[in-house]
Design a binder for this molecule. Structure first.
Ligand SMILES: CC(C)(COP(=O)(O)OP(=O)(O)OC[C@H]1O[C@@H](n2cnc3c(N)ncnc32)[C@H](O)[C@@H]1OP(=O)(O)O)[C@@H](O)C(=O)NCCC(=O)NCCS
Length: 415
């Protein structure tokens, strides 16, 4: 079956996580992704956080599946000639070098546009234009500067980072949206364009509800959750602990076994629609006739007591038993699943969200497949390429080089 992006060729000059997450998604949608890597070393993540000596790391293999790899040094004259030819042959170019690096290579946007006016040139940086535009940025820096860290953590504790890579993979996915929109627009205009996405901006976009609260809490006291448990407003959005970001009160509850199992918890949303059923279930039918408890407004200043009573009940069962009991009552809840549990979850394997891939250097490994499912564009996750695995076939078929040219380029360290 033809894939959604079949026929689209991507020049992938990305490294580490943010850019590779973007191009991997495009590859899963069927684009031919050609990853350009530095001769001899490749993407630095190939050798970062290695678990098997000399084999490409999981960091690399889990972010670069379904791509082809070519080694090329565009700082050499022959490298520049080859890159120019590849720019002519591709539809989209993606890069996440430090600010200024692509220009120092000799390929600013203006040059790329001249070489190929249909080129969509997508760039991912830490910051947009402004005082920090020249800074190098990694995940946690973006979480700090995008509003995630100041709103994450215990109410009276220090700011905290999220395990979700919202700055890296989150920005990469934002960039995918921009590239797809630009490809569609090119259908009408015939022209490529520049697509940029900054990590700070993408993180802020994902923290939209916190900027909402910055404004609404300033208008308080309010009659709606979240007001954050017993916390006053001191001028900026407080760290939310485990409070939910929507309008329904929720909290994390301990379950049976929590003393020894770090993941024996469940998140329970005590929303008003299901509150009566929940109150009855935990032995608090009295709340339903009590004006101190029987409306969301009345409960607002005593949610900690409500959650404590619910927790007394959740602690009598395992998290899965709690889930099985609450779901039929329409009480939204979710057990804390460890990575070990997720890796073994049969439903995720069945949908291809968790897949096992064979690799010549490291054997079988698990990876996260495409979370976005298209009914007419199925995804087969293929292993990441070895460094330069496709150099010769790309130089021969796309750049038109013969064996002698390729040999010479190798001798000169161009590839
Ligand atoms: C991630 C980041 C901090 C890494 O910084 P870094 O390791 O110093 O890497 P850089 O991007 O600065 O690239 C280093 C050099 O390698 C060079 N290089 C990259 N690929 C090359 C290749 N194939 N051949 C020759 N040189 C190459 C670059 O041109 C650059 O050289 P220069 O600075 O001398 O001009 C930086 O790239 C960055 O801020 N990127 C944007 C934000 C981002 O994506 N961050 C998240 C990453 S997950």
């Amino acid at each position: 079956m033809e894939k959604a992006l079949e026929g689209i060729r991507i020049l992938d000059m990305t490294h580490v996580q943010s850019g590779p997450a973007c191009t991997q998604l495009l590859a899963w949608f069927g684009a031919d992704v050609i990853k350009i890597e530095r001769p001899g070393e490749g993407d630095p993540t190939r050798s970062q956080l290695r678990d098997i000596p000399d084999a490409d790391s999981l960091y690399f293999t889990m972010l670069n599946s379904n791509k082809r790899s070519i080694t090329l040094n565009p700082k050499t004259p022959e490298g520049k000639r080859i890159l120019t030819k590849l720019i002519e042959m591709c539809d989209v170019m993606v890069e996440n070098f430090a600010p200024g690096a692509i220009e120092r290579m000799g390929f600013p946007w203006e040059t790329i546009q001249q070489i190929n006016p249909r080129m969509i040139y997508a760039s991912l940086k830490g910051f947009g234009p402004g005082p920090y535009e020249d800074c190098k940025v990694y995940e946690n820096v973006a979480q700090c500067c995008g509003g995630a860290a100041s709103t994450t953590g215990e109410l009276h504790g220090a700011p905290m980072m999220s395990g979700a890579q919202i700055g890296d993979s989150g920005t990469g996915i934002h960039l995918v949206a921009g590239i797809l929109a630009a490809l569609l627009q090119r259908e009408k205009t015939g022209r490529g364009q520049r697509v940029t996405c900054a990590m700070q901006d993408a993180v802020l976009n994902l923290c939209r509800v916190k900027l909402r609260d910055q404004q609404r809490l300033a208008h308080g006291p309010l009659k709606e959750y979240p007001q954050y448990l017993n916390g006053g407003f001191n001028g900026s959005v407080p760290r939310a602990g485990n409070a939910s970001g929507g309008g329904h009160p929720g909290w994390l509850m301990r379950c049976k076994g929590w003393e020894t199992d770090q993941d024996a918890y469940i998140y329970v949303v005590a929303q008003s629609q299901a509150f009566a059923a929940l109150a009855k279930l935990i032995g608090h039918e009295d709340w339903l006739a009590d004006p101190e408890y029987n409306t969301p407004e009345a409960r607002l200043n005593k949610l900690d007591k409500v959650f404590a009573e619910i927790e007394k009940w959740t602690m009598t069962m395992t998290k899965m038993e709690v889930m099985a009991t609450l779901n039929p009552l329409n009480v939204p809840c979710g057990p804390i699943l460890s990575m070990k549990e997720i890796a073994q979850e049969p439903a995720l394997r069945k949908t291809g969200t968790v897949v096992e891939v064979a690799h010549p250097e490291r054997g079988k490994y698990l990876t996260v497949g495409n979370p976005i499912k298209l009914s007419d564009s199925p995804v087969e996750v293929r292993r990441s390429p070895l460094l330069g695995e496709h150099t010769e076939e790309i130089l021969r078929n796309l750049v038109g080089m013969n064996e002698n040219d390729i040999h010479a380029a190798r001798q000169q360290g161009v590839i």
